[in-house]
Design a protein around this ligand. Structure first.
Ligand code: TRP
Length: 336
């Protein structure tokens, strides 16, 4: 198989939790260790501005997310790790792509349509009430992220498939007018991607307020785990591991042998208190070392920024070269 270029972005809103770790951070870091591929990982901080006007939250969450990836084992020498806003060519490409994107295409974006639908249902006179141009053209910014680095494979969640289709559509239109300059990417949907349940049994998500933060203190981690909802079976009564969030999270952190042993303990009637204690010990053992690294990084944000700047320096060698070509092709600059 020819060399592939993987690229994915992480929107910088919110503090990373166990669900993010199991579903996104850990698999991406494992993939980045495969030598034959090239990977680009970036913090989508311009995308964060669409979702939040809280400057402190955006600033803090950029550091937390960068520190999380680095502390979890991302090697910035092996991948290109940067932040979107350090690449001025991205907004420049966004504009060129905006001029290629049919408005009708963006009208059909699920995220936009859902908001319009909400407005209509609530009886608002304006179907576009509260919708910014940032939100409307979000898929074009995402297309620029992807096309800038000639990504061939883009791993994303199911909710992002449509954005990849739009990226391909916009790139094809650009190539039709200006020559084959943009690489058409393919989406990689991680069907198997683990989705962890949260404290209340629904999917772990910031919007449900049911998360277990990834790098909180040992004491707080234990407290969060003790809050996981269970049924009222008494100690000594057999319990069904497949119907338990406590087991589900344990499973995401343990080996196959440990899981088999725990299944037996459930059948033998382990108490919920003990099973939570065992879960806490397992998660804590896995996270203790990364947590140390995380805290060290967070104490020295300038070190995080140095790493991101070095990533941007590498990335900009590519982005400048591509933009030179695109400026010439579109007539913005003299012929190449
Ligand atoms: N929109 C993506 C999300 O919310 C984040 C993102 C921004 C992204 N730019 C990207 C993902 C480019 C993949 C490629 O999850």
């Amino acid at each position: 198989m020819s060399k592939q270029t993987y690229l994915t972005g992480i929107t910088t809103t919110g503090t990373p939790h166990l669900g993010n770790y199991v579903g996104a951070v850990r698999p991406a870091i494992e993939a980045s260790r495969i030598e034959s591929n090239e990977s680009y990982y970036f913090l989508a901080d311009y995308h964060a501005l669409i979702k939040s006007t809280d400057a402190e939250l955006v600033r803090q969450s950029r550091l937390e997310i960068a520190a999380t990836w680095l502390a979890s084992g991302l090697d910035p020498d092996k991948v290109t790790f940067y932040r979107q806003s350090d690449i001025p060519e991205i907004p420049e490409l966004t504009w060129m792509l905006t001029c290629m994107a049919a408005k009708g295409l963006l009208n059909r974006a699920h995220a936009y349509k859902a908001l319009v639908q909400e407005n209509v249902e609530s009886g608002s006179a304006d179907p576009d009430k509260g919708i910014t141009m940032g939100l409307f053209s979000y898929p074009i910014l995402m297309a620029a992220d992807i096309l800038m680095f000639k990504a061939t494979k883009v791993p994303v969640g199911k909710d992002q498939i449509q954005h990849l289709e739009m990226t391909r559509d916009i790139a094809q239109r650009f190539n039709h007018h200006y020559g084959e300059l943009l690489v058409i990417p393919e989406v990689v949907v991680e069907e198997r991607t683990a989705v962890l349940s949260g404290l209340d049994g629904r999917k772990m998500s910031k919007s449900y307020n049911n998360t277990i933060p990834l790098f909180e203190t040992e004491k707080k981690l234990r407290k969060s785990i003790m809050k996981i909802k269970t049924n009222s079976l008494e100690p000594g009564e057999p319990k069904d591991p497949d119907d338990s969030v406590v087991f589900e999270i344990y499973r995401a952190f343990c080996t196959d042998e440990e899981a088999a042993a725990m299944r037996e303990d459930y059948a033998a009637g382990i108490s919920w208190g003990d099973s939570k204690q065992r879960l806490f010990e397992k998660v804590n053992e896995t996270l203790a070392e990364p947590r140390e690294k995380y805290l060290q990084l967070m104490e020295k944000p300038s070190a995080i920024d140095d790493i991101l700047e070095e990533g941007a320096r590498k990335a900009r060698i590519e982005s400048r070269a591509l933009m030179d070509q695109l400026r010439a092709a579109t007539g913005i600059s003299a012929k190449a």
